[in-house]
Write a protein that binds this ligand. Sequence first.
Ligand code: AP5
Ligand code: MG
Ligand code: ZN
Length: 214
Amino acid sequence: MRLILLGPPGAGKGTQADVLAAHYGVPHVSTGDLFRYNLRQGTPLGLEAKGYMDRGILVPDDVTGRMVADRIDRDDAAPGFILDGYPRNLVQGEALEEMLRARQLHLDRAVAVDVPEDVLLARITGRRLCPSCGATYHTLYHAPRREGVCDRCGAELLQRPDDRAETVAVRLGVYRDETAPLLAFYRERDLLTTVSGLGSVEEVAARIREVLHD
Ligand code: AP5
Ligand code: MG
Ligand code: ZN
């Protein structure tokens, strides 16, 4: 199973990618999570990415593409992957096509998760992240058992630095201008399916499973 999840910030790509990855037994590959992981480890890649992420703009395509290629070449991705947050513009869409062609692989589907802007903002505002294990919560929709504490590892939950209102506005603009054109790109290739991202996590997951026919 080789799948792409498309959608604006806060649509629930990461949340749904986790569900799908567990279902298909393939890794959830999130470029945002990979950058944040590198930043926690203090790698040069993480430090480079931080400057862009803090402003809400895209990390350069070459840096991002190399990171994705390295990740999908790891053994656990041999049976497939759920890509979340990549590709993010038309150049990356072309780069991914080339990456897969070189490995004689193909994409099964691109699923676009559609959510209106007021709901996106509510989801982003309440999001909390575990800085230690990467688990995602929401203060209202997916609260941890103990307020402010990760269920999985006990670390103190934080808000993502790029979830501040000013940065969110930039990210939404970047989505509209740079990422949304990928919808037509995958529609032309007959790979695009759009699902509504409204409703509970389980409802959205069921909708995606239905379009994937299992
Ligand atoms: P990235 O980390 O990819 O952020 P994003 O695309 O802005 O998306 P989000 O992670 O904000 O939202 P999501 O759709 O994953 O939603 P989630 O599941 O968390 O990118 C961050 C930055 O990294 C970029 O700005 C850029 O700088 C850089 N970057 C990343 N990829 C790049 C690339 N390819 N090229 C260049 N730069 C790149 O859900 C949101 C909240 O809602 C959570 O709290 C969740 O619990 C809750 N929730 C989810 N589903 C539901 C539901 N059905 N009902 C109620 N609540 C829900
Ligand atoms: Mg995400
Ligand atoms: Zn944790």
